[in-house]
Design a protein around this ligand. Sequence first.
Ligand code: FAD
Ligand code: NAI
Length: 473
Amino acid sequence: TRVLNPYDVVVIGGGPGGYVAAIKAAQLGLKTACVEKRGSLGGTCLNVGCIPSKALLHATHLYHDAHANFSKYGLVGGEGVTMDVTKMQAQKDKAVKGLTAGIEFLFKKNKVTYYKGEGAFVDATTIQVKGLDGKNETIQTKKTVIATGSEPTPLPFLPFDETSVLSSTGALAIPKVPKTLAVIGGGVIGLELGSVWARLGTKVTVVEFADRCCPTLDSDVTDILVKTLAKNEKIAFTTSTKVVSGKKVADGVELALESIKTGKTETLTTEAILVSVGRRPFTAGLGLDKIKLATTDRGFITIDDHFKTNVPNVYAIGDVVNKGPMLAHKAEDEGIAVAEMLAGKAGHVNYDVIPGVIYTMPEVASVGKTEQELRKAGVEIKVGKFPFSANSRAKATGVEDGFVKVITDAKTDKILGVHLVNSQAGELIAEATLAMEYGASSEDVGRTCHAHPTLSEALKEACMACFAKAIHS
Ligand code: FAD
Ligand code: NAI
């Protein structure tokens, strides 16, 4: 055991929250270390989350597009396009490896000391690192940032085996296209990874507890998304349904389903199941009890507006905290803000303007409040909607699904929410996010010149529909 001079900051966890916090802290002149036990940096996002899922979504979209749409553009031979799943997985692995190695390079460049191992509190300023190489080290630090992230929540009666009972991690690594797949939980992971395998020919059935998928999204958005996935990818949706029990059988997994509305029960047997009922904070092995760090009853670390926990000099950010959505960009922004605060500057995250994207086809993106939330809160609103079927670029490219919906305060015209369904929704939401961050009105966006022909003109027109009238619909 070796005791070093104290670090200014030790970050535990090298995901998008932790690695960004570490780099920013070092850039601001703090002596910084980051402890990561996975063996590679980038956390859930780079290793088993955002990046590998988007690699598979892209590859399977190309395959599906070739079969479903090439002929309409006069391209002959789309049906002859085949998929080599091993190669698809290899491309995904290569993308992940390149990016995680890139973060290691950034650590060197910015002089962040990287400890490969599991970090645990001995006390509030002493961290023990159980090295992946079997060696233990004890490091002293003035301040610590916990960024240990989250893990998939299992079904209580059916633990993950990653062969037939899959978490997202297993569903990203399936070596051969399964014939059937039940997706338990029609949220973000369920729809994205359900889509990946449905596009390759798997018969996917989504079983959702709530009365609609992604129940926190604007209902106009989920309605069209679910209809399109059912039509284009033949995904079957069973909502208002709970899985009451399940067991592994010779040819896969057998689930007992019960309708919440009628009480009717049925059995569903599939080759594999993907359990995507949410993620839970990960703090196992951290030794939080040693420093009496407070968590919520669901295990999230409690923080104040300055990322401070109840223990002096211990901060927390990212998926593990009881604040904001479990998203990589939220974790990154918190990483920057906490580092700035630790360096004596003012860091800030605007939790009201955090975009969310589902990378299905079409993509779904939203920022701000939904119409349902605002109406429930009694806010007087205006809603401007513009369909992509009336947008010239969408028409020219033949990808006309979806719409833009802009919601404004009826009195002030301030934009309160933007909800988008489109093949490029994830990119288009950036403009709406920037507008909202600047407190824009619909008129501000509607009177801004947008290039023609672009999909972004649909946002301009939806804004025009709020404060005046759209031209093209
Ligand atoms: P994590 O990324 O979970 O990183 C925490 C790290 O801490 C882990 O690497 C872990 O090994 C390490 N760790 C834990 N305990 C210790 C310890 N004691 N010592 C040392 N290291 C420790 N978000 C998006 O914004 N966009 C997306 O498209 C998206 N897609 C996703 C797809 C999937 C399939 C999944 C599962 C998630 C996706 N997410 C997406 C969510 C995103 O991955 C998380 O919000 C993000 O990774 C959270 O970052 P974090 O730094 O808080 O935690
Ligand atoms: P989620 O919270 O998005 O969805 C879970 C769904 O499961 C909900 O619709 C919920 O009603 C349903 N559900 C819960 N318990 C159930 C049960 N017992 N039976 C049936 N349905 C049940 O969680 P998900 O999809 O697991 O993703 C976890 C987190 O990862 C998300 O909160 C998201 O923040 C992040 N993520 C983000 C992505 C993105 O930004 N594109 C992609 C993937 C994940």
